[in-house]
Design a protein around this ligand. Structure first.
Ligand code: G3H
Length: 274
C-alpha cells in the first residue's frame, strides 16, 4: 500500500473563514508517560500546573498521567485541567488482563485519549489496525482521540516524513466520518525529536502540518480540515514553544519531558503569542 499525497497539499492560501480558524482553540497536552513514581508527586505536579493555568490565555490544557493517577490528578487540579488517557484497549470489557477500556476512561472523566503514540507503536507493537480500533472506541465513548503520527529518523533522512504521515492517516482514520474527524486531534511527532532535545524547526514542523491539513482536506473536505487541531510534539520546551505556536498550522503541543516540571510546563501553557 502506498498513500497518494494530495494534489494541492502545500497551499495554506485556501484557508477557510476566520470563524473556522477560531474553532481551533490552542490545545497543550502534557503526556507524563511512566512518571512520576508516586501519587503524592502526581498530585503536587497537578496542583502546580493548575495554578499556572490561571495566567494562561485562551488555551485548553490537558494532563495525561498514568492510569492510577487519573482521579487523584483530577481532584488535585480542582477542575482547572482536563485529563486524558495514555492508551486504551478497544474491547469494552472482559478477560483481557492489564487492559483499560474507553468506557473506564470515560467514567473517570477523561476527555482525551492518546492513540498511536510512537512508544505504543514501537515498544508495545501496536499496529495501524489496532490504533484504528482504539480510535473508534474513543469516539464511540464521546471522548476525543489524540492521534499521534510521525516518521522515524531513517524515514526523515530518506525524505519520507510526509509520506509516512499520509500512510498513517489513511490507515488509522479508516471508517472515520468527516463529522467525527472534527473531534480528532492529530499530533505530529517526528520520532527523532521525541526525548532527544532535537526539536523540529518551526519551519519544518509547519511544512508537515500544512501537508497533514492538506491531506485531511483531500480525505474529507477543506471545511473539515480547517477545524482539526494539529499539535506538534517532540522536545517542546519553554525555549521552543513560542516560535512553534506562531506557525499558522500549529495549533498546540504534545509535551513529554517538559510536562514533568511544573515551572517549565507552566511557561509552555503561557506561551507568548506572536
Ligand atoms: O507525548 C509526548 C511526546 O512523545 C514528546 O515527548 P518529549 O517532549 O519528551 O520529546
Amino acid at each position: 500500500f502506498v498513500a497518494r499525497p494530495p494534489a494541492s497539499s502545500t497551499s495554506t492560501g485556501a484557508r477557510a473563514t476566520s470563524t473556522q480558524l477560531d474553532a481551533r482553540k490552542p490545545l497543550i497536552a502534557g503526556n507524563w508517560k511512566e512518571n512520576p513514581c508516586t501519587v503524592q508527586e502526581a498530585e503536587a505536579l497537578a496542583s502546580e500546573v493548575a495554578e499556572a493555568t490561571k495566567q494562561a490565555g485562551d488555551v485548553g490544557v490537558v494532563v495525561i498521567p498514568p492510569y492510577p493517577f487519573l482521579v487523584p490528578v483530577q481532584n488535585a487540579a480542582s477542575g482547572a485541567l482536563m485529563i486524558g488517557g495514555q492508551n486504551c484497549y478497544f474491547e469494552e470489557k472482559g478477560a483481557y488482563t492489564g487492559a483499560v477500556s474507553t468506557a473506564m476512561l470515560s467514567s473517570v472523566g477523561c476527555t482525551y485519549v492518546l492513540c498511536g503514540h510512537s512508544e505504543r507503536r514501537t515498544v508495545f507493537r501496536n499496529d495501524d489496525n489496532a490504533i484504528n480500533r482504539k480510535l473508534r472506541a474513543v469516539l464511540d465513548h464521546n471522548m476525543m482521540p489524540i492521534l499521534c503520527i510521525g516518521e522515524s529518523k531513517e524515514e526523515y533522512d530518506a525524505g519520507l516524513n510526509k509520506a509516512v504521515c499520509a500512510i498513517q492517516l489513511s490507515k488509522d482514520l479508516k471508517g472515520v466520518t468527516g463529522e467525527e474527524m472534527k473531534r480528532i486531534v492529530v499530533a505530529y511527532e517526528p520520532v527523532w525529536a521525541i526525548g532527544t532535545g532535537l526539536t523540529a524547526t518551526p519551519e519544518i514542523a509547519q511544512s508537515v502540518h500544512d501537508y497533514i491539513r492538506g491531506y485531511l482536506a483531500k480525505m474529507y473536505s477543506r471545511e473539515v480540515a480547517d477545524e482539526v487541531i494539529i499539535q506538534y510534539g517532540g522536545s517542546v520546551t519553554p525555549d521552543s514553544v513560542d516560535a512553534l505556536m506562531a506557525m499558522p498550522d500549529i495549533d498546540g503541543a504534545l509535551v513529554g519531558g517538559a510536562s514533568l516540571d511544573g515551572a517549565k510546563f507552566g511557561r509552555i501553557i503561557n506561551y507568548k503569542k506572536a
